[in-house]
Design a protein around this ligand. Structure first.
Ligand code: DLL
Length: 436
């Protein structure tokens, strides 16, 4: 793999500014953002007042802990535009969550917000190793989802040549990668695996492709998966994080030269990690739930938003901005099986160590008789698809899960192609337990 480290002179100066400089900027911007939210969004005025916290009370970054959290329920209660802090006609763009589990969450951007978004995504793509003039195959979905259009904005900002292919039509993805010879690909890790399958289907060697870097996010994935993707494509695989409520992709990104967690673009997004039960901030280095406050957003300021994503904050390395460790999972996706907490990423980690199994899986939860049961549905690789090889692989995986996670699960190994493929975010958990 080629060295794609960006030149220091090409970085935004703030990426490598001193901590003092970064924190001084954060404090200034935080004062503005709290004031902006309080003055312009009825919800924030009411919630700050109820908590007895006034924007003028903020003297240090630590004072932010006196302000109330914002949760997804608050956004739903103010559907569609109640959280906007500018008149609707100043909103240049709207995105929304799919709303499959309830009222969609609507977010908005002014023109200035779009400029900021473009600049942080550009910074992310550069950190991943892309340079002006490079060709990018953007396979995140276009539409209300922030993935496709968010990456597109940043690619324009950086001066890339963008192929806005969006998700789906996997045969065509492979064909265009082959014909257009992109240097980078932006896609969910699970859809990257579908594309990888299609390479085999077409008899093409992915290691021969032009791709030098993949920028993967929108769902949890493990370092074991990184190793698998890097080996399969002979390219770098870096992690990109974001969420629509805070901006979209480009809130944090890994640096290709270190791949040691995601640098949070702290000049625009102020991170905290809290104990999810007590709500108290924990020290850097301690695990907990990630909380974000926007520092510069005009249309949709967001104050202490509880992301439900679990990680910890780490000091800067390749940049002075702090890192977040690769996300373990969302608290919503945590399975409690007979008293043991399990995340799909723990299953992924073990799955990747079993020869003979493909990297595709789903977790099925059922309650056949009052006890919760978990089954892992995965599939054999074509070279190990005999009944005997599948039985051995299933026993191997069940044993590894028992040893590392401490739970007994049933493993079903389907034929090659037997696990549903993702075209965007993978559905990892099928819960058929009766609703309480
Ligand atoms: O998924 C934005 C995005 C698009 C990020 C493309 C990266 C690339 P939402 O649809 O609002 O936005 O979903 C946000 O996805 O709270 C996490 O639970 C999860 N997520 C996003 N990036 C990562 C990542 C986009 N790198 C939710 N690792 C977040 C783990 C991620 N989970």
């Amino acid at each position: 793999m080629q060295d794609l480290t960006p030149a220091r002179a090409d970085l935004d100066p703030i990426e490598i500014a001193s901590r003092d400089e970064i924190e001084a900027l954060q404090l200034d911007r935080l004062k503005w953002s709290l004031r902006h939210a309080y003055d312009n969004v009825a919800h924030y005025r009411a919630s700050f007042d109820a908590a007895g916290a006034h924007p003028d009370d903020l003297r240090s970054l630590g004072d932010l802990a006196r302000f109330p959290f914002t949760a997804k329920a608050d956004l739903r209660a103010n559907y569609p535009f109640g959280m906007f802090a500018v008149p609707r006609d100043r909103v240049a763009r709207i995105h929304a969550s799919s709303g499959t589990t309830g009222q969609p969450t609507v977010v908005g951007y002014t023109k200035a917000d779009l400029d900021v978004w473009g600049s942080v995504v550009a910074r992310s793509l550069r950190a991943a190793g892309l340079r002006p003039g490079d060709l990018l195959h953007n396979a995140y979905g276009y539409g209300l989802f922030t993935g496709g259009l968010g990456i597109h904005l940043g690619a324009d900002h950086l001066g890339l040549t963008t192929v806005p292919i969006s998700g789906g039509m996997t045969q065509r993805q492979v064909r265009l990668i082959h014909d257009f010879a992109p240097k980078g690909i932006t896609v969910t890790p699970s859809y990257a695996l579908s594309i990888l399958d299609e390479y085999a289907e077409q008899g093409l060697d992915p290691r021969e492709s032009s791709l030098q870097v993949g920028i993967f996010g929108a769902e949890p994935w493990t370092n074991a998966m990184r190793a698998e993707i890097e080996r399969a494509f002979d390219m770098h695989a870096v992690d990109i994080y974001g969420l629509s409520e805070v901006m979209g992709p480009g809130v944090a990104n890994e640096c290709v030269e270190t791949k040691d967690g995601l640098h949070i673009w702290e000049d625009h997004f102020y991170p905290e990690v809290i104990d999810p039960v007590s709500g108290m901030p924990v020290a850097d280095g301690e695990p907990g739930e990630l909380v974000f406050t926007s520092l510069t957003k005009e249309a949709f300021p967001i104050i202490r938003y509880r992301t439900r994503d679990l990680t910890r904050l780490l000091p800067g390395t390749a940049r002075t901005m702090r890192r977040m460790e690769k996300i373990t999972g969302r608290s919503d996706d945590m399975i409690i099986l007979r008293g043991v907490n399990v995340f799909p990423t723990q299953i992924e980690e073990q799955l990747m160590t079993v020869a003979g199994l493909a990297p595709h899986f789903q977790i099925q939860l059922s309650r056949p008789d009052r006890m919760d049961e978990m089954a892992v549905l995965t599939e054999a690789i074509p070279a190990a698809a005999s009944a005997e090889a599948r039985r051995a692989a299933a026993a191997d995986l069940a044993g590894k899960i028992k040893a590392s996670v401490g739970i007994s699960v049933r493993v079903a190994v389907a034929d090659p192609g037997g696990v549903a493929r993702s075209q965007g975010k993978a559905v990892r958990i099928l819960d058929t337990r009766p609703k309480a």
